[in-house]
Design a protein around this ligand. Sequence first.
Ligand code: CTP
Length: 485
Amino acid sequence: MNLSDKLKKKVFRQIGETADRLGRPVYVVGGYVRDIFLNRTSADIDFVTVGSGIELAREVAKDLPGKNRLSVFATYGTAQIRHRDLELEFVGARKESYRRDSRNPIVENGTLDDDQRRRDFTINAMAISLNADTFGEVVDPFGGLEDLDRKIIRTPLDPDITFSDDPLRMMRAIRFATQLEFDILPETFEAIRRNASRIEIITKERINDELGKIMRARRPSIGLDLLEKAGLMELIFPEIHALKGVETKEGRGHKDNFYHTLQVVDNVAARSDNEWLRWAALLHDVGKPVTKEWEPGTGWTFRNHNFIGEKMIPPLFRKMKLPMNEKMKYVAKLVGLHMRPQQVGEEKVSDSGVRRLLTDAGEDIEDLMILAESDLTSKNPVKVRTALEGFAHLRERMADLKDADAYRNWKNPIRGDEVMERLGIPPCPRLGQLLQQVKDAILDGHVANDHDAAWAYLETLVTPEDRGSAGGTSTSKSSAPDSAC
Ligand code: CTP
């Protein structure tokens, strides 16, 4: 098979010419070749030669027109050239297992065939020659093309060897199966199950890269389910694994929260590309296993699982080395609020409930609506109808609310500092209570949403004891004998 018509970029001919001048074979290899067949383009291109990849890269960098930045990684035997918007990576064919981010020095003593067999999957182990006399010829000794056609992920070697060379490949297999919607060959999948425990030697950062790719795919549930079935989920994300299973008591079971979660993630993914909204979907019920209780007469309950779940997010993100920034806060907030739209919608409450929801969700209200609507996976038609009517009602109410924008960005016009300073109330739970009462009165529409009205209302709430708690007008806490705190 000849693919010269797919190698239109000038660099391919130019690199072939340099290699010919040096009397060396050169091939484009790996993901770029796979992506040609999948009609995807990429700016990262890997080249393999027999002998030193660095030597070839030095010559190529000189020969290519324009300014080319060359970076050499001598220990790893690789070199990179930035040429225009392309990232060209050169390696020498090796006998050892290939991994772009391998930390071990490599020895370039292999043939092309050696190099291909130590790559992860047959679909990633194809090469195309760039030397003039064979330009465009596909070298596919392990049936990568056939596997692409059959939509199969398979290792070129005995999978136990491929996975023990780099256990991250188990996650890569599942990630490719998710992104490409391919099947993993049963023997390959069995090897993942057998070797799952070896994932423990892989850094959380590399695991997260793969998890992120799964979460950004069209149907993340494919990968999440495979991770669970392979025994990897339990090791890399025990909190999600814990959602699995159904317990039955007195003939009453609860839904399997793992499969429910997968459905919610896919529902969200069908409506939004926002990766962190998808993470919120993955984690929305993470508080369920720890809050599950059997209540005679009622059945299974998961009381406050949303609030418990919200509290679990920061330590979970820290443990998993996920970003501890506004993304984490966003996920925690949505987990905490995920049941509110359905409650507010079904209660058909007054404007105050809608205002409150807008205030708590802020700019993320539409994302919260998507999450809440995606959470509706019940098979009970009555429940579904009631919930859908509730969502429709809530959306109408939000659209009707004239001052909706003011509440989306709502901040209490009274600040805690001001109360402490002007009224001499120290920082204590009572201060929080007072601010909450002001908030409630504004959101209920009893008090105007402005500073002076709010302050006047606050004055009516403050008792002499409150002031006394800080010793009259003084802010010194030490003089607070009857402190309310
Ligand atoms: N590779 C491998 N084992 C790994 C990582 C990579 O054998 N653990 C090989 C594969 O041949 C792969 C190539 O290195 O095609 C390039 O790796 P990388 O850029 O990480 O992946 P791609 O296959 O290009 O896919 P993606 O860009 O989607 O990650």
